[in-house]
Design a protein around this ligand. Structure first.
Ligand code: CP
Length: 317
């Protein structure tokens, strides 16, 4: 059993990134590996990239793929042990996981946080319960606090486009109109640190991320100071960790533009998508020559493929 939920599940992150790049250069060379194997992809939340890149990655490996939008098509699941199921929950994860394990050779799940119960979200209660009761490997397609397939794709993108061995990488908070999870930002910080990258995180006061993911990174509240000499600028909105799930008002203008980017080292722009244009990032940067957003999305194919390939080969990640 070898699950993929975090950088901590990976023995050597740098090697995995390099193997993904090798796979990208030969994407049809492993189509025999998944013959007669099936992956089940379970979505409790919407997706474009994760759903389709995971399907395509499995197909590149010759696997069968079954997708279920659990939130709309499945029974309402009970995740708590010992629950008296006399409410609106119809099936316990204990039973569902055993059944799914008999159908699939590996299971992917997307399960966003509540953003109301920090303890439950940060204990990763949902994906942990699936792992607990499943007898096949589980892949996170974004959990309550982490998005490892996105981060692995981001690492691939940085390796492909870095102009020096130790680039300055800045993760900056951006404005948004909705309340978003911290998963992409936590995860990016975790993977950058697993690679020993030079990471600066900049955000307004009140938007600090969970310390377990940011220790080791430079925290700089002045966006303009943080951007100085940046080689990569990763742009993302997130809601507050404390008070959890809140979106305190921000007076300063945190929307990046070409002028702010002038202090960077011709910095390359990253965003996981979907992006709200001209709210999180302006068209001028998203469509400009230094935008990596579509390369990141393309690399989602290879982050998913390398993880599935390792599982098929039953090799430790
Ligand atoms: N970046 C990302 O996970 O995209 P989706 O939510 O569309 O899957």
């Amino acid at each position: 059993m070898n699950n993929f939920t975090s950088a901590k599940d990976v023995k050597n992150v740098e090697e995995l990134v390099k193997e993904a790049i090798v796979f990208k250069n030969n994407p049809l060379s492993f189509s025999h590996l998944g013959k007669n194997k099936t992956i089940g992809l379970l979505f409790l939340n919407p997706s474009l990239r994760t759903r389709l890149s995971s399907q395509k990655a499995a197909q590149l490996l010759g696997m069968n793929v079954m997708v279920m939008n659990m939130d709309k098509e499945g029974w309402a699941l009970e995740w708590n042990d010992g629950a008296v199921m006399d409410g609106n929950k119809t099936e316990h994860i204990k039973d569902a996981a055993m059944v799914l394990s008999s159908y699939f050779d590996m299971i992917g799940i997307r399960c966003f946080p509540s953003l109301t119960d920090r303890e439950a979200d940060y204990s990763e209660h949902v994906i942990s319960q699936l792992i607990r009761y499943s007898t096949v490997p589980v892949i996170s397609l974004e959990s309550a606090t982490l998005h490892p397939l996105q981060s692995l794709a981001d690492c691939i993108t940085i390796f492909e486009r870095r102009r020096n061995k130790n680039p300055k990488i800045v993760l900056t908070w951006a404005p948004h109109v909705k309340t978003l999870p911290q998963a992409v930002s936590n995860s990016f910080a975790q993977w950058m640190q697993a690679l020993g990258m030079n990471l600066t995180i900049t955000h307004p006061e009140g938007y600090g991320l969970a310390p377990q993911f940011t220790s080791g990174a430079v925290i700089e509240h002045s966006q303009q100071k943080a951007l100085q000499d940046a080689d990569f600028v990763y742009v993302k909105n997130w809601s507050a960790y404390e008070p959890y799930g809140q979106t305190p008002a921000v007076k300063e203008n945190w929307l990046l533009d070409e002028k702010k980017m002038q202090v960077t080292n011709n910095g390359l722009i990253m965003h996981c998508l979907p992006v709200r244009r001209n709210v999180e990032l302006p068209d001028e940067l998203l469509d400009g020559p230094r935008s990596l957003i579509h390369l990141q999305a393309e690399n989602r194919l290879y982050s998913a493929a390398i993880v599935m390939k390792k599982m098929l080969e039953a090799k430790p990640l």
